[in-house]
Design a protein around this ligand. Structure first.
Ligand code: GTP
Ligand code: SF4
Ligand code: MG
Length: 403
């Protein structure tokens, strides 16, 4: 169970001011001393993550955070980390001491979650020490925010919190958007092209490939998995013709030449633009490539940190393709992990990896930041298809089935 990738877990973030009992609440929820508790304000400095099976929801990831009212230079850094947890949170749990009024800190959190359409639960903690003010209850009711009263030290109210959590689980966690099963007729045969090159991990497939195969099996469809070198042979042998070919974006140029125009073709990363992000916005983002020119600035963002290899897609291949398309030098900035837009690099386009390791919420937050800054955003597969001149063909299978 503990091996369920983080991106598949419902992210439950615990927020609030210092010393209100956030870590105590996490410990009560997980039935173990997961996070350090003390009476000193500012005990939790970095986000504490705890994966757990929470029935009947399934795999969840609890995230305890540093106080949102932290102070000083270090406190400011801790607040930034807390805010980055907010970007990936799918249900926001705001903790306050029961008798405290709703301050600007809690209100800012409520607004941030509402801007992201993320459900919020309010926890009035330390109910053993003081009762909530009637004004607070009235305010929560008028804001339409479900609340619960807890004593995190004895576990009182934790069952009520579980019940409210169940009601708040977002629909797209219970029924996530499909990867491809809705793009093909029942009983279809699909070809998956998986090049085993220097970038392929040793002895295994990567998450988007595994997840796609699993979805095909769940839907009782069939697939053939080949390297690009076996693709031509596979197409010739399969009759009737496959309903769809899905390729790793890195082999797009070669695969597009091999696959006849009559067979729909797309890439894993284009499918992921729908599953993990917002396809329409990412398509518009790819179209912004036509506005790039010599000297343009492009931010390339990857969710994971890895040592770039010789033919790395983010640092080598995509920059080469874009510069060839533009016919001149482009200025690139590469960010990894939770670092994203920064004031020192005003870019004209963001190109993001498929974000297979992240939950959809985090990508939607990134899209929101880009939209607020008026910067188009797309992903690797769409950008590659655009620069290769096969964009319309690559998005057609999804547009045909969904529009
Ligand atoms: N009486 C009472 N004390 C509590 C309760 N929950 C937490 N405490 C106490 O409040 C203090 C702070 O608890 P923490 O869980 O560390 O609070 P926190 O919000 O994580 O604090 P920071 O990490 O510093 O932001 C500790 O002394 C806890 O024992 C509660 O429900 N009732
Ligand atoms: S960098 Fe992005 S696409 Fe690559 S494995 Fe990490 S999340 Fe997935
Ligand atoms: Mg804490």
């Amino acid at each position: 169970m503990q091996t369920t990738p983080k991106g598949f877990r419902l992210h439950l973030g615990i927020f609030g001011r210092r010393n209100v009992g956030k870590s105590s609440l996490l410990n009560a929820l997980t039935h173990q001393p997961t996070s350090i508790v003390s009476e000193t304000a500012g005990t939790t400095t970095d986000p504490v993550e705890k994966p757990m099976e929470l029935l009947p929801i399934g795999p969840v990831l609890w995230i305890d955070t540093a106080g949102i009212d932290d102070e000083g230079a270090l406190g400011e850094l801790r607040i930034q980390k807390t805010k980055s947890v907010l970007d990936r949170t799918e249900i926001g749990i705001i903790v306050s001491t029961a008798d405290a009024p709703i301050s600007r800190f809690e209100l800012d959190l409520i607004i941030a979650f509402r801007n992201r359409s993320v459900p919020v639960i309010y926890v009035l903690n330390k109910i053993d020490a003081a009762q909530p003010r009637p004004e607070t209850i009235d305010e929560l009711k008028s804001l339409n925010i479900p609340y619960v009263m807890t004593d995190a030290l004895t576990g009182r109210g934790i069952i009520d919190l579980h019940k409210i959590l169940l009601q708040a689980v977002p629909d797209d966690f219970l029924t996530p958007p499909p990867i491809l099963v809705d793009l093909v007729p029942p009983k279809s045969m699909i070809i998956l092209v998986v090049p085993v090159d220097k970038e392929a991990p040793k002895g295994r497939l990567i998450l988007p490939q595994v997840q796609t195969i699993r979805e095909i099996l769940d839907a009782h469809l069939s697939c053939v998995v080949v390297q690009d070198t076996q693709l031509d042979d596979a197409i010739k042998r399969i009759t009737p013709a496959p309903a769809l070919v899905v390729t790793d974006s890195q082999a797009f140029a070669k695969v597009a030449e091999i696959v006849p125009q009559s067979i729909p073709l797309t890439s894993f990363s284009i499918l992921y633009a729908r599953q993990k992000a917002d396809l329409k916005i990412m398509i518009e983002g790819a179209r912004a490539i036509k506005n790039l020119k010599t000297g343009s600035r492009v931010l390339i963002a990857e969710s994971c940190t890895h040592h770039p290899i010789e033919e790395d897609i983010g640092t080598i291949k995509i920059p080469k393709l874009l510069q060839k398309y533009v016919g001149g030098e482009i200025e690139f900035k590469h960010v990894r992990g939770h670092e994203f837009l920064t004031d020192d690099f005003n870019c004209e386009l963001v190109i993001h990896c498929g974000a297979c390791m992240w939950n959809r919420r985090e990508m939607l937050s990134r899209i929101m930041y880009c939209q607020n800054a008026n910067i188009p955003i797309t992903n690797y597969g769409l950008a590659i298809a655009y620069t290769l001149g096969i964009f319309d063909r690559a998005i057609k299978p999804i547009l045909d089935a969904t529009s």
